[in-house]
Design a protein around this ligand. Structure first.
Ligand code: 5GP
Length: 302
């Protein structure tokens, strides 16, 4: 029998580097699943399409544990029910196992269903620091055919902000009046600080003139719009990955550990709201994300 050939040193180093990279990619995928940046269904799809991918090489046990609200006990019961061995990897499931897992995922994590025809009232929301303001500003500059709602706020203007363009800067008494006279479609206290609200009249006028209207507001506001106008088109802006959002939230590192932890907790809660939305758009690139919003505006007919 021939002697096994020694593995050259360079190959071994490259293989070790590759293994570290894959471990990192798997850890990042787990975080994205836990924080719902990606859907479990899309991970299973990619694993099936390419068993050698990061998704394909993920253990079924790790996959299930990464899903929201699944602990070790539940995981083992699910595996038994679906007749899947715990040593399996996602890319190595048999056809019947894959179908069973996919059906279970759909029942447990229903995908957003198209809700029929939606109105030309578009709401852009998302977690803090995902960049919805930047996407909205891009649309304001490049798509004058879309009416971007100007909110009223009690916060002070920042340098460069123009009253009537970026916000209507009002005092508390005026904000109280807007509420009392039912002039706001929605309003909320944002970041425990100032009040923000959407004036109703300009929106009604723009919609009546056949225009598309875009609101860039926080999650509380988006929920109020859903209640007031059930046919509104709700768009949730997502970060490309959880790590990217963390970078944007705490990247500058100017906050203390407590503030950092608080922001990350808030981001997780905010990300979980995506299931309430009609469309998810990933903000990988501002111009591309803005183009997707504009595209949705032309496809919502009413
Ligand atoms: P900023 O003060 O940085 O301009 O905005 C802070 C937050 O307020 C952003 O998340 C923005 O989406 C939200 N916001 C701006 N206008 C409104 C509004 O009219 N209603 C609600 N609910 N949130 C708003």
């Amino acid at each position: 029998m021939a002697e096994p050939r020694p593995v050259p040193e360079v190959d071994r180093a490259a293989a070790a580097r590759k293994a570290v990279e894959r471990r990192r990619a798997r850890a990042s995928l787990k975080r994205d699943l836990t924080t719902r940046v990606v859907t479990p269904q899309s991970v299973l799809e990619r694993a099936t399409a390419d068993p050698d991918s990061v998704e394909g090489s993920m253990r079924i046990t790790d996959f299930l544990l990464a899903l929201p609200a699944i602990g070790a006990g539940k995981r083992d019961r699910i595996l038994a029910d679906l007749h899947i061995s715990p040593v399996k990897r996602l890319g190595g499931l048999g056809v019947r196992q894959r179908v069973a897992l996919s059906q279970w995922l759909d029942s447990r994590f229903p995908l957003l269903q198209p809700r029929g025809e939606r109105s030309r009232l578009l709401v852009l929301a998302g977690p803090t620091a995902v960049g919805k303001g930047t996407v909205a500003a891009h649309i304001r500059e490049n798509n004058p055919e879309i009416h971007l709602s100007v909110s009223a706020t009690t916060r002070a203007p920042r340098p460069g902000e123009i009253d009537g363009v970026h916000y209507y800067f009002v005092d508390d008494a005026e904000f109280d009046r807007l509420i009392a006279e039912d002039e706001l479609l929605e309003y909320a206290v944002v970041h425990n600080r100032s009040r923000y609200g959407t004036p109703r009249a300009p929106i009604d006028a723009a919609l009546a003139a056949g225009k598309t209207v875009l609101l860039e507001i926080d999650l509380q506001g988006a929920r109020q719009v859903r209640k007031a106008e059930p046919a509104a088109t709700l768009i949730f802006l997502l970060p490309p990955t959880w790590d990217e959002l963390v970078q944007r939230l705490v990247g500058r590192g100017t906050e203390g550990a407590e503030e950092r932890a608080r922001r990350l907790r808030t981001a997780k809660v905010e990300l979980a709201a995506q299931n309430e939305f009609d469309h998810l758009i990933v903000n990988e690139d501002v111009a591309a994300a803005a183009a997707e919003v504009v595209e949705l505006s032309s496809s919502s007919a009413r």
